[in-house]
Design a protein around this ligand. Structure first.
Ligand SMILES: [Ca+2]
Ligand SMILES: [Ca+2]
Ligand SMILES: [Ca+2]
Length: 304
């Protein structure tokens, strides 16, 4: 009997842990039943919105006094004096009418305009900057720090890949997780997406891993062309035909360096980013062309 009781306790404990977990770079705030993360490196409003979205969250808005307390807590983490942050409030679709990304009108939020605001300076201020209960309309291309918010939802559980993102699949063969992104992006944007998800553009370390990846690719793309390229974490950074992974290792040292037939061919005007064909053989490719891409993630990368 004692054993069952212990087991129930253990499961309850596990349940609590699980329900209060999102990512280790986010902090749980009970009052807003969700997690927040300060991005101290300033970005444009569009960068901020995208970055939060890529992390599985949303650019936070000061919708309640509780949320404003949580925002203040996060802003205090910044080592520099924080003059203001971007919040998820904009009038991009409705000049003069501001809404949060969740659709809450600014007029319903417990905030006040800063003196002289809103002034829509240059008829070009469609985003909202926030500082301690006050707001101003600003040009969306200004750069400011920002805070992302993830609301706790039911059925939110951390999967074996250490993320709530169910598209990551674990391979027991390699101990890594993989996610194939089918929406094509240029190489640098693909890098950014994998990074925001707690991973990196995939690095093939062995023939075993190549076969795991080949299998993922064929499951997701059963009818794809055999010449279709998927970006991975390989780059000829100095344009001197020395290939390194996104973790800095030389291709020759990572455990797998099998190029496709006739590759690398450095097709005009120059191919400096690494991809692979559906058979997992490597190809050099144009960095500014869009392609599907494969992220790899260590199961514990977003967990303590
Ligand atoms: Ca203004
Ligand atoms: Ca790998
Ligand atoms: Ca090529």
């Amino acid at each position: 009997m004692l054993f069952i009781k212990d087991l129930v306790l253990l499961l309850t404990f596990y349940g609590v842990i699980e329900s209060k977990h999102f990512r280790s770079d986010y902090t749980y705030h009970q009052d807003v039943d969700g997690w927040l993360k300060l991005h101290a490196v300033p970005g444009t409003w569009h960068d901020a919105r995208q970055r939060c979205y890529l992390e599985g969250a949303v650019l936070a808005s000061p919708v309640s006094a509780y949320m404003q307390n949580a925002l203040r807590f996060e802003m205090n983490k910044s080592s520099s004096e924080c003059a203001g942050i971007y919040v998820g409030v904009h009038s991009l679709f409705s000049k003069g009418y501001f809404y949060s990304l969740e659709g809450v009108p600014l007029s319903k939020m417990p905030v006040q305009w800063l003196p002289g605001e809103p002034d829509n300076a240059g008829n070009n201020e469609e985003c909202i900057a926030y500082v301690h209960g006050r707001v101003a309309d600003v040009n969306c291309s200004e750069v400011l720090p920002f805070v992302c918010y993830k609301k706790s939802t039911e059925n939110m559980s951390v999967m074996p890949c250490g993320t709530t993102d169910r598209a990551y699949e674990f391979s027991a063969k390699t101990g890594s997780c993989y996610k194939l992104h089918k929406t094509p992006l240029i190489w640098a944007q693909a890098f950014k997406v994998c990074s925001a998800e707690g991973g990196y553009l995939a690095i093939i370390n062995s023939r075993d891993e190549a076969s795991v990846i080949k299998d993922i690719n064929s499951r997701h793309n059963p009818t794809g062309s055999k010449f279709e390229v998927t970006y991975i974490g390989l780059v000829d950074w100095s344009k001197d035909r020395v290939w390194r992974t996104v973790h800095g290792q030389l291709l020759e040292e990572v455990g797998y360096a099998e190029w496709g037939i006739g590759q690398p061919d450095n097709a005009s005007p120059g191919e400096h980013c690494g991809g692979m064909f559906p058979n997992a053989k490597l190809d050099d490719y144009w960095c500014d062309r869009v392609a599907k891409f494969l992220c790899e993630k260590d199961p514990d990368s977003l967990q303590d």
